[in-house]
Design a binder for this molecule. Structure first.
Ligand SMILES: [Zn+2]
Ligand SMILES: [Zn+2]
Length: 332
């Protein structure tokens, strides 16, 4: 089968990916062999390709928003069978035994593994995934629309939970790509006023089209104090202005797995009055199930940009340069 691999992590312009041939993998105990129909392109794939995230395996295949069809099942599989359509996402496995797993915080499991980082991902014709960690796909979406739900959507949803947005509250979103355009629709469906901050003019248009209360440049002042904020852009210099935009008691959640350095904070300006700064780490399977059910019920509008399999590297380059709005997907 054909598979993209990260061979020499570095700036995307230097061509860090390579297209190789490798044998179709065999499903082990509890595993499914999945034929990839489509794979979404996530910013984490870019961080991995560029070396911001150190690869955990040589020649790892990125991709963790996989819409596929089960073609074979290993021994001990109980949830899915050949012919089922499933979604394979970022969280690929945990130990199920540590104190975090036992407390319902499997996203913090120190032995967790991730699709397209620890194990081979979906920029390939086939992959294997754990029967216990893949998702049933929600109805009412095209295959292309499903892909971004599987990471952009799920992680964005956890970020929204971590931002503790009160009902009918005021939410600020910094960066408006795959995650933000999905999560903002959930917040608005819950009655929130959403204010978007992004340097990208087309993304501002998309935000307003989806019903955002306002859209402005990244460093512009907020039209009103915010109860909650989510930072999706991997840009540490946005942390102080996002904190300064919070009302008393407000919360800023940093959604990404990677963030450039945060500059010095001023206690009075950025944190006092019980403002909270917190991170978001991966997600639990519970977050994923809950989000996918919500996506179906709310009929989220998904903006996708398809790229043929051969142009996966171009999709990442375009993501790096903000050349599309919404989410890119690689089609087989
Ligand atoms: Zn654990
Ligand atoms: Zn992702």
């Amino acid at each position: 089968m054909r598979a993209w691999v990260v061979s020499m992590p570095g700036p995307i312009a230097t061509g860090p990916l390579r297209l190789i041939e490798r044998p179709v993998p065999e499903p082990g105990p509890g595993e499914l062999l999945i034929r990839v129909l489509l794979c979404g392109v996530c910013r984490t794939d870019l961080h991995l390709s560029e070396g911001d995230l150190p690869p955990k395996a040589p020649d790892v295949t990125p991709g963790h928003e996989v819409v596929g069809e089960v073609v074979a099942a290993g021994p001990g599989v109980v949830r899915f069978a050949a012919g089922d359509r499933v979604g394979a996402a970022w969280l690929a496995g945990t130990d199920g035994r540590c104190r975090y797993c036992r407390e319902g915080l499997e996203n913090l499991c120190p032995n967790s593994i991730y699709t397209g980082w620890d194990i081979q991902g979906g920029y390939a014709e086939y992959l294997v995934a754990s029967d216990s960690y893949v998702y049933e796909l929600p109805k009412g979406f095209s295959d292309a629309e499903l892909a971004p739900l599987l990471c952009a959507g799920i992680i964005g949803y956890r970020a929204l939970l971590r931002a503790e947005l009160p009902a009918g509250g005021r939410l600020g979103i910094w960066g408006f790509g795959g995650s933000a355009h999905l999560v903002s629709q959930i917040a608005m469906a819950q009655g929130a006023a959403v204010h978007v901050f992004t340097r990208d003019e087309k993304a501002r248009e998309l935000a307003l089209g989806l019903g955002a209360a306002s859209a402005q440049d990244s460093f512009d002042p907020t039209p009103e104090p915010l109860d909650s904020a989510i930072l999706f852009a991997p840009v540490g210099t946005l942390v102080p202005p996002a904190l300064a935009a919070l009302d008393r008691g407000g919360t800023l959640a940093v959604a990404g797995i990677y963030l450039s350095d945060i500059p010095e904070l001023n206690y009075q300006k950025h944190l006092f009055q019980e403002r909270t700064l917190r991170s978001v780490t991966s997600n639990t399977r519970g977050d994923g199930e809950e989000f996918l059910r919500l996506a179906e019920r709310l009929h989220l509008r998904v903006t996708v940009h398809p790229y043929p399999f051969d142009r996966a590297e171009q999709a990442l380059a375009d993501l790096a340069a903000d050349r599309f709005t919404g989410a890119a997907v690689i089609t087989m």
